[in-house]
Design a protein around this ligand. Structure first.
Ligand code: ADP
Ligand code: MG
Length: 403
């Protein structure tokens, strides 16, 4: 067995220099600026965003950087270090649902929504170079890090200072979400983009998806001698797109049957008799997950308020069980990572993100971090699986201009 694999913690200043240099190399002109947006892990509140529920993400130090300048070419040109062989070059007027396809849709969507905003000045064209330290496709939201770095760059180059306050940032979140939904054609719910643009260092973000209100919740695991270990199973989530859409559709069906706008209303005012009316095998467990998960977010916030961090463990465990058994979005790699982490000393662990692969998190006493990572690594190697990779989640800064 090889060594345990850790994702590097980026030096953002040095990375910004690198991306600016890559921009100069690619386009033969200097970038006007470099913007960054972070990946995220959701502490708890999974599959609740599109049900008008609560979530509690933190921003990661790992970020996506976008060096950019405005042009007069009428075109959007984008290169990514993670997609070196697939540069994007599209006329701004040609950006449409599904066009450009693939990864360029995340950038083009943000740019097109921004350009269509009446407040934005004319956008004559845009050159962008992207580079990222957020693992791609690991459930840590490299997608929103990409669309949000692009929307930050495009907004400022269009003369808007929306990143300067919460209200403006909320507008940028909406543009990034719409760009993903309409152009990239990904039905993302809003949690990821809000996390990338609103999370603050040292805090988790309590996001109420019913009214889009935000609250910064101090989150300092280190003060309690704990660490939040992210375990990337590096398992391909092949069916995640279809399954995600199916869960969303089922939640909408359940809401219709229960005659509520969103399942949030059931969470706020649970009526056992009403739930009993739902099909026991299909819809009822899904609603049960959403309702209990929203309640767990409230419990986690109450514990954080009281400084009782170690007590988060059982709530993480309950969330995982609910996602595995009721919502049915876990995967073998996630279940093994969670169980092995617990036996090796974690106080609690759960899958995070949409599921069907991706990452899990574990709350671990600092002294046990290496043991837990090694145990999970060995469990994967024993099974002949791809080696997992790890990082320690330090609640970090929101998307912003770096230089
Ligand atoms: P996650 O957001 O959890 O990383 P997704 O499947 O939602 O996983 O998003 C991954 C997709 O986002 C990639 O397939 C690619 O299209 C796009 N993407 C993310 N980061 C980058 C990047 N740095 N360069 C190019 N494309 C990226
Ligand atoms: Mg994503």
């Amino acid at each position: 067995t090889g060594a345990v694999r850790w994702y590097p913690v980026p030096d953002l200043g040095a990375r910004a220099e690198q991306v600016a240099a890559a921009f100069q190399q690619a386009y033969g002109a200097p970038a006007t600026g470099v913007w960054a947006a972070p990946g995220r892990v959701n502490l708890i509140g999974e599959h609740t965003d599109y049900n008008g529920g609560l979530c509690l993400p933190i921003a990661l130090p790992q970020s996506t950087l976008a060096a950019a300048r405005a042009t007069a070419t009428g075109r959007l040109r984008v290169r990514s270090a993670q997609r070196a062989g697939e540069p994007v070059d599209v006329a701004l007027d040609d950006i449409a649902p599904g066009r450009p396809g693939g990864w360029g849709g995340y950038v083009a969507g943000a740019v097109a929504m921004l350009a269509a905003d009446p407040a934005a000045g004319p956008l004559g064209g845009l050159d962008i170079v992207v580079d990222s330290d957020v693992p791609v496709g690991s459930g840590l939201s490299s997608s929103a890090a990409l669309s949000c770095s692009a929307v930050l760059a495009a907004a400022e180059l269009a003369g808007l200072s929306w990143a300067d306050d919460d209200e403006g940032r909320a507008r940028l979140v909406q543009l990034a979400v719409r760009g993903e939904n309409v152009i990239a054609q990904v039905p993302s719910g809003g949690l990821d983009q809000a996390a990338a643009l609103h999370c603050e260092a040292g805090h988790a973000l309590l996001l109420d998806c019913a009214d889009h209100s935000l609250e910064q919740v101090p989150f300092d695991v280190a003060a309690d001698g704990l660490a939040l270990l992210v375990m990337d199973t590096r398992a391909e989530h092949t069916h995640s797109g279809n399954e995600y859409a199916a869960r969303r559709a089922a939640c909408e069906e359940a809401a219709r049957e229960l005659r509520v706008e969103t399942l949030r209303e059931v969470a706020d005012d649970p009526v056992e008799a009403t739930l009993a009316a739902l099909d026991e095998r299909e819809l009822r467990p899904l609603v049960r997950h959403v309702v209990t998960e929203i309640d767990r977010v409230r419990q986690v916030c109450a514990l954080l308020d009281e400084g009782r961090l170690p007590d988060l463990g059982p709530l993480f465990d309950a969330s995982h069980a609910s996602l595995r058994d009721d919502y049915r979005v876990s995967a073998p790699g996630l279940d093994v990572a969670v169980e092995v982490a617990r036996s090796a000393g974690a106080l609690g662990a759960r899958m995070t993100g949409g599921g069907f692969g991706g990452s899990a998190i574990a709350l671990v006493p600092v002294g046990s971090v290496d043991d837990v990572a090694l145990a999970v690594h060995e469990a994967f190697v024993e099974r002949g699986w791809v080696e997992p990779a790890f990082l320690l989640a330090e609640p970090s800064s929101p998307g912003r201009r770096l230089r």
